[in-house]
Design a binder for this molecule. Sequence first.
Ligand code: GDP
Ligand code: MG
Length: 439
Amino acid sequence: LADRLQNTIQKIRGKGKVSEQDVKEMMREVRLALLEADVNFKVVKDFVKRVNERAVGQEVMKSLTPGQQVIKVVKEELTALMGGEQSKIAVSSRPPTVIMMVGLQGAGKTTTTGKLANLLRKKHNRKPLLVAADIYRPAAIKQLETLGKQLSMPVFSLGDQVSPVEIAKQAIQKAKDEHHDYVLIDTAGRLHVDENLMDELKQVKEISNPDEIFLVVDAMTGQDAVNVAQSFNEQLGLTGVVLTKLDGDTRGGAALSVKAVTNTPIKYIGMGEKLDAIEPFHPERMASRILGMGDVLTLIEKAQSNVDEEKAKELEQKLRTMNFTFDDFLEQLGQVRNMGPLDEILGMIPGANKMKGLKNVQVDEKQIGHVEAVIQSMTKAEKDNPDLINASRKKRIAKGSGRPIQEVNRLLKQFEEMKKMMKQMTSMQKGKGKKGGFK
Ligand code: GDP
Ligand code: MG
């Protein structure tokens, strides 16, 4: 599913002209991709409508790079959909501030309780009291106590024979007595939303009068997360959502729908099992993640500020007429370089994150230098017409550039292949006719 949207984006990115039909077809793909990424269908519908309005309007049509502009609109609207940055935690004017953690079993409530306590102490210099109010799940109390030990923080528990309501009540009293400014109540979850669970949570809410009720949802449950959020919100009135397990390979489409359906902000995201694996939620980053395109916007901006528009047009013309030479190639390399350090750029290219792991980005920078050297050792005639380059010329070029002859060969071959590819691309574009579809 990631591929699908990526393909669409690839296709539209380079578009010189975008027609209403183009936008429609792209939005159809975006729509499918979002649905596949587990975004709620109602949300998708509204979203597509909004993007359509903007994309078909002046904003996009008039821009020099309409294809990129459409992507930009998509991303902006995704970001808007998820709301602003919402990492603030309530502070009660009459301490302690009470935070109730709710959610289904296995969502990450207990872990997140520990993470939040850690964050509150580290970042906000607070003194939280952890409360073990899950008396049902075997070893749930023990789990929180272990976390407390790891954090050197007190955990309040009364075992599993006292009701969660009573536990909450006594915990808050204790917090007052011992001057804890935050009380984090780790409640029980079920495998599914059920009435008993909700009743109990409502009672705990009543007695503890929480300043925040955070729903913890597992991002990997996708669309289900939205339904869960909706029921919890209806029953309890949530103040925030924590989306966990985003360190997995989930796309996070749930993030979009959760906010849009429940109108409850996502405040934090969980990025791992460790106690510091919690981050404030950044809608923009999530939008990138959902689009699976790295920080494309930044890349686009960089490219726009560095690539001379006139030159880009000229280049496009050359590509169309197939007069693309090694000189043009060289110039392109130069422009890529102007954008900044290669590793930085690579990090922004979708899919390149994987390459980053190899830590060989410096090599690439060097390689560009080598390629430049080889090209610069060609004569003007050779650059314009690489077919001229026979064995003895290759030898001369290799010598002149200080690069092995294999490298000269490789470059020539790559150049040929690139031309072939461009030829295919341009003929494909022509084949699409006036309608300008994407297929
Ligand atoms: P609870 O039943 O809602 O209290 O869930 P737990 O806190 O016990 O978490 C269930 C499992 O999910 C545990 O194995 C946690 O380590 C794991 N978990 C929680 N949050 C995250 C997260 O952000 N990333 C990952 N990878 N695992 C998490
Ligand atoms: Mg738990």
